[in-house]
Design a protein around this ligand. Sequence first.
Ligand SMILES: C[C@H](O)[C@H](O)[C@H]1CNC2=NC(N)=NC(=O)C2=N1
Length: 99
Amino acid sequence: MTEKLSEETRGPLLNPLFSCGWATVEGRDAITKTYQFEDFIEAFGWMTRVAFWAEKWNHHPEWSNVYKTVEVVLTTHDVGGLSSLDAKLARKMDSLAET
Ligand SMILES: C[C@H](O)[C@H](O)[C@H]1CNC2=NC(N)=NC(=O)C2=N1
C-alpha cells in the first residue's frame, strides 16, 4: 500500500537525493531533477531503460526531453504527494545515469 511520506520518513529518504541534484518543486509535493547526457541517443536510451522499471513498478515519471536534456518530476498521483516509490524511482534513475 502506497502512502504519502510522513514528516519522519521523508528526511531520511529525500535528503540523500537532495545531495544528488534532486530538488523540491515549488507549490507541489514533488521532486525534480534535470539530467544532461552526451547526445540525444544517450538521453533517449536512458529514458527507455527507466521506462522498463517504471512499468515494472507501475510508477511513472512526468518528464520531458529536448535533445540531450531530460527534465524529470516525480510524485505519486494516487496519494497526492511524495511516496517511497518516488525515492525508489529517483535512485534507480540516478544509478542508470551513472557512466
Ligand atoms: C491505475 C494505476 O495503477 C495508477 O494510476 C498508477 C500508475 N502510475 C503512477 N505513477 C505515478 N507517478 N503515480 C501514481 O500514482 C501512479 N499510479
